[in-house]
Design a binder for this molecule. Structure first.
Ligand code: PXP
Length: 237
């Protein structure tokens, strides 16, 4: 299982103060040192966390793979063709949302998505489509000639009961099986954390997980004591 570490929320912490730190580029370096297989960032239309400057520096410094999540728009296509990440993951995007809600509707948007996939492939970029675990969407992703799919695990992560969670695992299982049959690459992500990730490891066909919020949140906590000690020392000096 490959781990893509999404570092958007390091940039969120910087942008709430419009400060120079914490720097997501430094976080990416540390994530790679700790064993991440990929660095994932979402350049949003409103630039609420990751900025173009981050993307450019990450392209120069990331030694594993750089995965750019972006909306399927002309503006973002231009950015991707300029920066040339290893992978683009096309995601739906609404300005007012707190985070990505739901997967891309590839069935409805098949022409525009197919043409963006083609242009990205022409630039040698792997293209993943972030979709809900829905068989029609998996088939549409295959028809759009995507390299693979990233299955939205949000509903699984938010399930309130064991039965609901089991239903969501079943939906994920069916989509994984179909995607495998169609020869698509298979990733998953959204809302995964230290307590809910284990059941996904039973799918050998699932190749990659992209996890962000939980890792950045834990980093804040595990780093808290050192950070306070450093400040106490600075005051003593
Ligand atoms: N995968 C995709 C396509 C996403 O949009 C996100 C959130 O930006 C993630 C994975 C990571 O989700 P989380 O931050 O909840 O781990």
């Amino acid at each position: 299982m490959r781990l893509g570490v999404n570092i958007d929320h390091v940039a969120t912490l910087r942008e709430v103060r419009k400060a120079a730190y914490p720097d997501p580029v430094q976080a990416a370096f540390l994530a790679e040192e700790a064993g991440a297989d990929q660095i994932t960032v979402h350049l949003r239309e409103d630039r609420r966390h990751i900025q173009e400057r981050d993307l450019e520096l990450l392209r120069q410094t990331v030694r594993t793979k750089l995965n750019l999540e972006m909306a399927a728009t002309q503006e973002m296509l231009n950015v991707a063709l300029e920066v040339k990440p290893d992978t683009v993951t096309l995601v739906p995007e609404r300005r007012e949302e707190l985070t990505t809600e739901g997967g891309l509707d590839v069935v409805q948007r098949k022409e525009s998505i197919t043409s963006i996939v083609r242009l990205l492939h022409d630039a040698d970029i792997t293209v993943m489509l972030f979709i809900d675990p829905d068989l029609d969407q998996v088939r549409a992703a295959h028809k759009a000639d995507a390299s693979g799919i990233e299955l939205h695990t949000g509903k699984y992560a938010e399930a309130h009961s064991g039965a609901q969670q089991a239903r969501e695992i079943e939906r994920l299982a069916e989509s994984i099986q179909l995607a495998k049959k169609l020869g698509l690459g298979i990733a998953a992500g959204h809302g995964l954390h230290y307590q809910n990730v284990a059941p996904l490891l039973r799918f050998p066909e699932l190749e990659e997980l992209n996890i962000g919020h939980a890792i950045v949140a834990r980093a804040v906590m595990t780093g808290m004591k050192d950070a306070v000690r450093d400040m106490v020392r600075a005051l003593e000096r």
